[in-house]
Design a protein around this ligand. Structure first.
Ligand code: KPL
Length: 309
């Protein structure tokens, strides 16, 4: 199978490694000419390998050979399978920049935080097979082409414009066993959105690790208010979230990722644009559309916009 990957960040390179190891014919699409010029055709992945005893872990570093090309490289054939792993605020423009190279019935899989771009691409391109996913894989870049696989998570994917279709989920299990088909990808994306609304902006504002949100009474009380508003919107839209209250689920995720700094914390600290528009911003838009007051989420949204400016 042939795959093109747009977005050579941590998740993009992680999937390039999974595809390459499965024997898929994989190509990285690099939008930044300076980055493309420094790429030597391979990248490094550093992973923990379990030794004889499960408590004994060793770091293992491998070289993954995957070719890369510019978006407008001449004489490049049509794209049949495209994985987009850019930041959420970039995915629509990334998609539009490669649109002309897509086969008529190409498959697009979007793997990023937040909501909005996936739905826009699916609505505007009914002839394409548009898939979206949510992952708890942990990976980060040490440098442009050195990937650290921090944790093995689970990925759920589903087709936005035909939820019954399981074809891609069945195919991708060959390269990632911890992948399952989501028969309701809309709800799956909402679940991730709800967790990100609860955790990400607060960690950026309080400048803390995820775990402190559940262990610190004041932060937890703040998270409770946010979760309550998110639940009001989800319930109005008849989107099921979790079997337990969102605050309990958010605390569980915060505890499971206690030592992590959330992606939004890291973006704000490094003065990068964050994904607030497609996380809390998306929630606020949906709330406004249905006239549901979400004052605390709105306040957080404005605070993060100010911080990142
Ligand atoms: O997805 C995350 C993020 O940081 O974006 C969480 C779940 C908060 C884990 O850090």
């Amino acid at each position: 199978m042939q795959w093109h990957i747009l977005g050579a960040g941590a998740i993009g390179l992680l999937w390039a490694a999974k595809f390459q190891r499965t024997g898929f014919n994989t190509t990285l699409l690099l939008r930044n000419p300076a980055k493309l010029a420094t790429y030597r055709g391979t990248f490094t992945i550093v992973e923990s390998s379990i030794q004889e005893s499960p408590t004994q872990k060793a770091q293992q570093s491998s070289q993954i050979a995957v070719p890369a090309q510019a978006l407008d490289a001449p004489d490049c054939g049509l794209i049949h399978n495209l994985l987009i792993t850019t930041k959420s605020y970039d995915s629509l423009s990334a998609f539009n920049s490669i649109r002309h190279r897509l086969a008529d019935n190409a498959r697009i899989l979007l793997l990023h935080n937040g909501m909005g771009p996936q739905q826009a691409i699916a609505e505007q391109n009914p002839q394409l097979q548009v898939w979206a996913g949510s992952t708890t894989d942990g990976a980060y870049l040490n440098s442009a082409f050195e990937l650290i696989r921090a944790g093995h998570g689970h990925t759920r994917i589903g087709r936005l414009n035909d939820p019954q279709d399981q074809s891609l989920s069945n195919q991708l299990i060959s390269c990632e066993q911890a992948l399952s088909h989501s028969p309701d990808i809309h709800a799956t994306l909402w679940q991730k959105l709800a967790i990100n609304c609860a955790i990400n902006p607060l960690t950026a504002i309080y400048q803390c690790r995820n775990g402190e949100l559940s262990s610190h009474a004041e932060y937890r009380a703040h998270m409770q208010i946010i979760c309550h508003e998110v639940e009001q919107v989800a319930s109005h839209l008849q989107t099921p979230l979790f079997d337990q209250p969102l605050i309990d689920q958010a605390c569980l995720v915060a505890e499971q990722t206690a030592n992590n700094y959330s992606s939004m914390y890291q973006d704000v600290i490094h003065q990068r644009r964050s994904e607030i528009e497609t996380i809390t911003g998306y929630l606020c838009q949906q709330a406004a559309k249905h006239k549901i007051p979400v004052p605390e989420n709105q306040r957080l949204y404005e605070q993060i916009i100010r911080l990142q400016a």
